[in-house]
Design a protein around this ligand. Structure first.
Ligand SMILES: Cc1cc2nc3c(=O)[nH]c(=O)nc-3n(C[C@H](O)[C@H](O)[C@H](O)COP(=O)(O)O)c2cc1C
Length: 364
């Protein structure tokens, strides 16, 4: 019979999700997979890629190819795919973030570590080869925030990714129904010293929502980007921008990069798909900051489209968790290798020998 089951090796990233759904505990799977409210943005992130058509060029000598790109951080990655920051990875596999960083290293790319990781910054950095970025959530207690930034810099992280779309947690209804909290033995390891490593157990709400509502700084403004610049030498990327004027503000306040993101459809529902706003933002920024995009990237052709519309690279979210759930480090490596093959094929078939040859006119 045709179709996927646990015995069939996955041939694309969607197969990984089906297998992970059978291997990961329901509480965790729901937390990973869900979007906010009606999940309109979650679906739209995919549908917007599916609607775009490619216009390939022929007879362009694509015999010698590279997918390598150089980033503002001075880092080179083997393909324009970076691992997005995602919390609580030990819920997908006991090795958690340690498996992810090892897979990123073997694939020649960067992992962005979440503030809410289940292995500490120092543990993950000890497995990295300088290919680590740190994602920051700003706590009301600026002493805690400053200490996270200092630890990331001391551990050798090459960029600070400030997430700006989450002053509160989007309402993910499966988490509310499941009264989501962390399973026994899994904690937000970076916050151990501050005694903020555990989520409260709520009877009628997500424990993560309660944690964030109490502890994150809802008074954050663009001025705080300057404060962060004053306490670190790491370049700052602002993640969660959906408007050209906000991207411009990020640049004005000293951001070196902008990640066009709607948090994988998990924050404000009914915001547009990221790929549909990318080009306007690219036109506004006009090379003044490096541009990245995430949300719904599942195919090599999606990456090609994102590059054509102005992104330097994409960030890959949930499929990494599906790879972890499938088989830990090996699963993440498989996910990255499938995507690499798909991007290579998409580039060959559209007449591009390198990311530099991916031009605007490839996409309708
Ligand atoms: C389970 C999960 C946890 C996440 N945790 C964080 C986080 O801690 N910090 C953050 O900035 N973004 C977080 N994100 C958002 C991702 O960084 C990224 O923007 C999004 O997943 C990209 O969409 P995709 O999953 O469709 O690829 C999380 C996403 C998921 C699915």
């Amino acid at each position: 019979m045709l179709g996927t089951n646990v015995e069939t090796p996955p041939v694309n990233l969607f197969d990984f999700e089906k297998i992970a759904a059978q291997r990961i505990h329901k509480l965790a799977f729901d937390y990973f997979a869900s979007g906010a409210n009606d999940e309109i943005t979650l679906r739209e992130n995919r549908q917007a890629y599916e609607r775009l058509r490619l216009y390939p060029r022929m007879l362009r000598d694509v015999d010698n190819r590279t997918m390598e790109v150089s980033l503002l951080t001075g880092q080179k990655i083997s393909m324009p795919v970076i691992i997005a920051p995602m919390a609580f990875q030990r819920m997908a596999h006991p090795d958690g973030e340690l498996a992810t960083i090892s897979a990123a290293t073997n694939a020649g790319t960067i992992m962005c570590l979440s503030t809410l990781s289940t292995c500490s910054i120092e543990e993950v950095a000890s497995r990295s080869s300088g290919n680590l970025w740190f994602q920051l959530y700003v706590y009301r207690d600026r002493g805690i925030t400053r200490s996270l930034v200092e630890r990331a810099e001391a551990a050798g992280c090459k960029a600070l990714v400030l997430t700006v779309d989450s002053p509160m947690l989007g309402r993910r209804e499966p988490d509310v129904r499941n009264a989501f909290s962390l399973p026994e033995g899994i904690t937000a390891s970076n916050l151990l010293g501050a005694n903020l490593h555990a989520l409260p157990k709520m009877s009628d709400d997500s424990g993560l929502a309660a944690y964030i509502h109490t502890l994150y700084d809802q008074s954050l403004t663009w001025k705080d980007v300057e404060w962060l610049r004053s306490i670190t030498n790491m370049p700052i990327l602002v993640k969660g921008v959906l408007r050209p004027d906000d991207a411009e503000l990020a640049v004005i306040h000293g951001a070196a990069g902008v990640v066009v993101s709607n948090h994988g459809g998990r924050q404000l529902d009914t915001v547009p798909a990221t790929i549909s706003v990318l080009e306007k933002i690219a036109n506004q920024i006009h090379g003044k900051a490096e541009l990245y995009v995430d949300g719904g990237v599942r195919r090599g052709t999606d990456i090609l489209k994102a590059l054509a519309l102005g992104a330097k690279a994409v960030l890959l979210g949930r499929p990494i968790l599906w790879g972890l759930g499938h088989s830990g480090q090996a699963g993440v490596e498989l996910v990255l290798s499938l995507l690499r093959q798909e991007l290579d094929l998409a580039m060959v078939l559209s007449g591009c020998a390198s990311p530099r040859e991916v031009t605007r006119d490839l996409v309708d």
